[in-house]
Design a protein around this ligand. Sequence first.
Ligand code: ADP
Length: 304
Amino acid sequence: MARLLAIGECMVELGDAGSGLLRKGFAGDTLNAAYYVRTYLPADIDVAYLSAVGTDLLSQEMLAFIEAKAILTEDIRQIDGAAPGLYMIHLQDGERSFSYWRSASAARKLADDAAHLRSAIEKADTIVFSGITLAILSPEARETLILELRRAKAVGKRVVFDPNIRPRLWEDAATLRAVVEAGARTSTVLLPSFDDEQVHFGDADPEATIARYRQWGADMVLVKNGGGDALLSAEGSDVARISPPKVEAVVDTTSAGDSFNGAFLAKVLAGVAPAEAAAFAARVAAAVIAHHGALVPIEHLPQA
Ligand code: ADP
């Protein structure tokens, strides 16, 4: 059976529920992408998540939540005495801001055990990770993960990377750029967002982002660009432009890029041509930003 493995951090999300109450949820870029992949992927392809959590009640709840989304949790390590990271969403005059408690999260240890990583990756045909996955790891664990992904790429697996650049998670700008480059060089499919790439790599336009990642070895690069056209470069075809649908009322942009990635990959894995898959992904992302929350229920999403 074919399998997609997403690697990263799922956090506990605390959102304002009014009257001083908080609503608890679970989210994280790679988990969000796994959710949207699972939503659109044929049932004969497995979706699994690799991370690390604790053994506490909150970690148990997180595992149950992931399983309830039909995502396999067998590759999530449970570490005694560790606990998940947490973030809180503040809503002020319609603007969202975030506080994070993640500096000691269990997920930071997700790549500490090379043998565990290797056996999980061996079971998968497609591996998905992000710049956030790399940013939260120790320098040694980053190397371990990149080494294992390089093995995966070498044996012909599809390795998918969204640089998802969050400068606050990195120790400095030079490390950010060096590790994102190393992550890209070990990948076959790149799913960057132009606004991040422009700031951190100085790309003049999405074409420059494509050229840089192609030069670093990607077979396919799909550059997201907010409400502007996404640009797709795939081996053997001309660059394609994908215009996102007009969204009249943007309610919450959380997970726009993650849902785009997930829907795109689901279609590509199902054998749909990349340009068509990207157009579908743009429709899904448009629906996601018209609703609250990272994981928008299926009834609000476009049909497969
Ligand atoms: P990220 O959320 O990762 O920063 P982007 O902001 O580039 O990524 O958005 C990802 C995708 O979400 C875009 O490629 C597009 O399809 C969709 N999207 C984002 N903002 C808008 C918008 N204002 N109108 C329509 N689609 C949008």
